[in-house]
Design a protein around this ligand. Structure first.
Ligand code: ATP
Length: 338
């Protein structure tokens, strides 16, 4: 079996954006392995760096405005060393991307069939008939019941859920090994969300792909992910199996996110609200736990000056030592001491 190091191994990756002539890190020293045959979710509030990580993997940054360092080893190739032309060969063929907003990702003037065929034109030399057959096969794979009819339609003739299925069909047309799904269900209502997540799961199993699922929605993660990386202020603060993250979350940020998530049992209660905001790039705390300002009741001495990742169980790690003493204010029995 292929191991993680020869699938996707992100090593010490940082990406900085130029703001008023200076570079500021949007993601800092990210280490993450994604395996084939798994769905790895990346979660965190808006502004935590999820999309920067995705666009860094996809090589979508303008080098004049962005500085990236580290290694992204994908099946033995460092993606960060690829030329633009080489990256173009990877995108669509070996790495597929599913975006949040299917309407803007589709060309309103082209029929579904032509849009799916286009990516095959670029990356393969299939005959017209073979391409047509493949389009119908793909539409069927993403759960479209009348592939022939849908193939002839334009995007505006389709519902939101159907459009997202078409986007997924485009993303998997060349059987990419890695799929990056960016908020794939955010624009859809709950029933359709569940159907699209089922499609993603089925594709991961049929194609043996590795999927990176980027979302702020923990409900989506609970439904779909095998493993989860929680991002806060450009860093990974916790990583583990979905079960570990949901049943024994450690980092105060993960615990706060989970507590602020609506659940059936607490639907009538006031939801927990995390104080403050994700810091902007220019105001990123230097040193210490970046989440510390949002849990001011935790004594400074509970945080490491330079937080590192600690293994708490096999496959489960957490940044900073503050997880050892963290409690929510309403759950404290006595004073918190580190
Ligand atoms: N091109 C850019 N130039 C300057 N700053 C940027 C740029 N892109 C992102 N940022 C900043 O980098 C940080 C991380 O943003 P990013 O979009 O990666 O977060 P996110 O978790 O994906 O949020 P969202 O879910 O809202 O997309 C934010 O502070 C954002 O303002």
């Amino acid at each position: 079996m292929e191991n993680a190091t020869n699938f996707l191994n992100i090593q010490d990756v940082s990406t900085a954006f130029k703001i008023n002539g200076r570079f500021y890190d949007a993601i800092s020293h990210i280490n993450l392995q994604v395996h084939r045959d798994e769905i790895m979710a990346i979660v965190g509030e808006s502004g935590c760096g999820k999309s920067t990580l995705a666009t860094t993997i996809m090589g979508l940054h303008d080098p004049a405005e962005t500085k990236t360092s580290g290694v992204i080893d994908f099946e033995g190739t460092d993606l960060l060393q690829l030329s633009d032309d080489q990256y173009n060969d990877y995108r669509g063929a070996k790495i597929g991307m599913i975006f949040q907003d299917p309407l803007s990702a589709l060309n309103p003037l082209k029929r579904v069939e032509d849009q799916i065929s286009e990516v095959m034109d670029y990356h393969s030399d299939l005959s017209r008939d073979a391409k047509h057959a493949r389009v119908l096969e793909l539409l069927d794979q993403v759960g479209i019941v009348a592939p022939k009819r849908t193939a002839r339609q334009f995007p505006h003739e389709l519902s939101g859920g159907m459009r997202q299925r078409v986007i997924i069909a485009i993303a998997i047309a060349c059987k990419p090994d890695l799929i990056i799904a960016y908020e794939p269900t955010t624009a859809l209502d709950v029933t359709i969300q569940a159907q699209i997540l089922d499609v993603l799961r089925a594709i991961q199993q049929e194609n043996h792909a590795g999927i990176i699922l980027i979302t702020h929605d923990l409900g989506v993660v609970a439904e779909t992910a095998d493993r989860v990386a929680v991002m806060y202020a450009g860093q990974i603060v916790e990583e583990g199996s979905a079960e570990q993250i949901f049943t024994t979350p450690q980092h105060p940020y993960t615990r706060s996110l989970l507590r602020s998530m609506p659940q059936r049992e607490n639907e009538n209660d006031d939801l927990y609200v995390i104080q403050g905001n994700v810091p902007s790039l220019q105001r990123m705390p230097q040193g210490g736990d970046r989440f510390a300002p949002r849990i001011p009741w935790v004594p400074q001495s509970a945080h490491e000056a330079e937080p590192t990742m600690h293994t708490v169980a096999p496959g489960h790690s957490v940044r900073c030592t503050c997880y050892k003493v963290f409690t929510f204010p309403d759950q404290q029995k006595g004073p918190v001491t580190p």
